[in-house]
Design a protein around this ligand. Structure first.
Ligand SMILES: NC(=O)c1ccc[n+]([C@@H]2O[C@H](COP(=O)([O-])OP(=O)(O)OC[C@H]3O[C@@H](n4cnc5c(N)ncnc54)[C@H](O)[C@@H]3O)[C@@H](O)[C@H]2O)c1
Length: 258
């Protein structure tokens, strides 16, 4: 396989959750540019539709589906709809996620927020894997990329207390290891991508104080633009990562190297 073939996704079918903006939009763009058809899933159907228009601009097929990833029934019908429309699912990017709505230390943390973050950031990943893996097993191949966070590997309180996010993303990383092992002999690779700070709507990156705090703990001295996630995503979605499973790829400007 030459380098072009290594990263070629021609006629692959990818499901991207949270595809309406931020990193999800970047995943849809990079996979489409490499040749994949994309099912764009988002709570916000209008934003998912905007992404399909961009995907179609690359000459690929795209379909937008509304879904709350925290709702198992909605996830089941989303994956069935995606599979019946395209006949296969080669790549699943579990990207949809939220940050703690009101950061606070445990002892003062709102348990309603706790459940919402865990429902979306952890249960959503499980539901999508659970519904998609039987199709991948049937077709004898698949790639799953679970979007965790560098905050799944360390506590976040050096910048802000985000216990629910820490718990959910840490669990996603270990769930990734477990599913990677379960499907290791079945030609299905499951890996986690752990971004540091990328300019999206997940954090208040327009707030100068916040920006200065997060830049301060990033050795490269800047946050990443959302489009900088494309390279790592294409690596994990393509044949380039065929001998890698159950692993975490950290793209954080050096933050966790300290
Ligand atoms: N941007 C960063 O710095 C950063 C760092 C580490 C990890 N991440 C992770 O990357 C992923 C994407 O985040 P982002 O930065 O692009 O954020 P974002 O807020 O810009 O985009 C999130 C997308 O997910 C969708 N979404 C939210 N809740 C949903 C639900 N219940 N069901 C379906 N869709 C839902 C939103 O509508 C939105 O389109 C998240 O899992 C986030 O935790 C982001």
């Amino acid at each position: 396989m030459n380098n072009t073939e290594l990263f070629d996704l021609t006629d692959k079918v990818a499901v991207v959750t949270g595809a309406g903006g931020g990193l999800g939009l970047e995943f849809a763009i990079t996979l489409a540019e490499a040749g994949a058809n994309i099912v764009c899933v988002d709570l916000d159907l209008e934003s998912a539709r905007r992404t399909t228009t961009i995907v179609e601009g690359f000459g690929r097929k795209a379909h937008a589906l509304p879904c709350d990833v925290a709702d198992e029934e909605q996830v089941r019908s989303t994956i069935r709809d995606a599979h019946s429309r395209f006949g296969r699912i080669d790549i699943l990017v579990n990207n949809a996620g939220i940050a703690d709505p009101a950061p606070a230390p445990v002892g003062q943390y709102d348990s309603v927020n706790w459940h919402r973050v865990i429902d979306i950031d952890l249960h959503g990943v499980f539901y999508f894997c659970n519904e998609t893996l039987p199709f991948m097993e049937q077709q004898g191949s698949g790639k799953i990329i679970n979007i965790a966070s560098m905050w799944g590997l360390v506590g976040g309180s050096s910048v802000f207390p985000i216990p629910a996010y820490n718990a959910a993303k840490g669990a996603v990383i270990n769930l990734t290891r477990e599913i990677g092992l379960e499907y290791a002999t079945k030609n299905i690779q499951v890996n986690a991508l752990c971004p540091g700070f990328y300019r999206t709507r997940v954090g208040p990156f327009d707030d100068r104080e916040f920006l200065s705090a997060v830049t301060g703990i990033t050795p490269m001295g800047r946050i990443a633009e959302a489009e900088e996630i494309r390279g790592p995503a294409l690596f994990l979605a393509s044949a380039a990562s065929n001998f890698m499973t159950g692993q975490t790829l950290v793209t954080d400007g050096g933050a966790l190297a300290q």
